[in-house]
Design a protein around this ligand. Structure first.
Ligand code: NCD
Length: 300
């Protein structure tokens, strides 16, 4: 059984294998149309989701599997009656061959895995990690740039609560000669554990104070939404970092802009038609990477 709990569990060759399989599935979808034909996969979401849940469910269906789902488990499952997560998992693992779960607690995926006899896939755990998002982020970079070694990446926005950022840092740390610039909303800085994680693995990390401090020859700008649901937000508006056509004018034609979505104001819609805007491509890539992941976990 292989749970997907944290990006720390992946090696560079795991990712290469997964990316090749995602490309292969994309090129030959009919070849994989029955690969999960005898499987039932549960999607158990305690927090809102559009892309993650629907791309997982599309992946299940496109691989010929069946899906059972609760999209608002915080209110619509027995959690509201006081059932513990472990008890819920001990029930659902009797119904499904794998459980894809999003939950508000940072340790939820580990807790679920400890109780489960079927694979648990972490689809976002509090402000901790969101490993499958980072897989699709790196897959997108690989497809658009050809590789991940020797790249420079700026991470922007809510670096404190952004779980996609935390997972992305762990995957980027697998590659050679990666340089990361951090531009956080001033009151939402990157936690020390991630700064140390990069230092321990030879990643060059440089915090900067404004968009103007970013070097122009960046490969990737990874923008994020402020995770307003996780803290009291008074006075934040003044701290916003907004990417628009004027700000992007200084970057070359090959600086890609990624965002896990959903966005609020942090990327102006006027930028969407710029060829450097990769975020909708990124969300589509998510379905293929999730197909590859499910195929790997659930078939021999
Ligand atoms: C992200 C999440 O849920 O962490 N969304 C996603 O899965 N694409 C980012 C966010 O909500 O800001």
């Amino acid at each position: 059984m292989r749970h997907i709990l944290s990006c720390e569990q992946f090696s560079q060759s795991d990712l290469a294998g997964l990316f090749d399989l995602a490309d292969e599935i994309r090129a030959n979808p009919r070849h994989y149309a029955d690969s999960l034909s005898d499987k039932v996969v549960a999607t158990l979401f305690y927090e809102p989701s559009t892309r993650t849940r629907l791309s997982f469910e599309a992946a299940i269906v496109r691989l010929g599997g069946k899906n059972i789902s609760t999209e608002n488990a915080r209110e619509m499952s027995s959690a509201i009656k006081g059932e513990s997560l472990a008890d819920t998992i001990r029930v659902v693992h009797g119904y499904a061959d794998a459980i894809i779960m999003r939950h508000q607690d940072n340790n939820s995926a580990n807790e679920a895995a400890a109780a489960s006899r079927v694979p648990i896939i972490n689809a976002g755990a509090g402000s901790g990690e969101h490993p499958t998002q980072a897989l699709l982020d790196i897959y997108t970079i690989k497809r658009r740039k050809g590789g991940i070694d020797n790249i420079s990446v700026a991470i922007l926005g809510d670096l404190l609560y952004g779980r996609t950022i935390h997972s992305l840092i762990k995957l980027l740390s697998l590659y050679k000669n990666v340089e990361i610039f951090g531009l956080s909303i001033p009151s939402l800085p990157l936690p020390a554990e991630y700064v140390n994680y990069m230092a321990d693995r030879g990643i060059i990390y440089q915090p900067v104070k404004s968009l103007a401090d970013l070097p122009p020859n960046l490969d990737i700008i990874y923008q994020t939404r402020t995770q307003l649901e996780r803290f009291a937000t008074q006075g934040l508006a003044a701290e916003e970092i907004i990417l628009n056509n004027a700000e992007m004018a200084r970057f070359p034609p090959d600086t890609l802009v990624l965002h896990p979505l959903p966005r609020n104001r942090e990327i102006a819609p006027e930028f969407d038609t710029d060829p450097r805007a990769a975020y909708f491509d990124q969300s589509e890539n998510g379905m293929y990477i999730r197909m590859a992941l499910l195929h790997k976990i659930l078939t021999k």
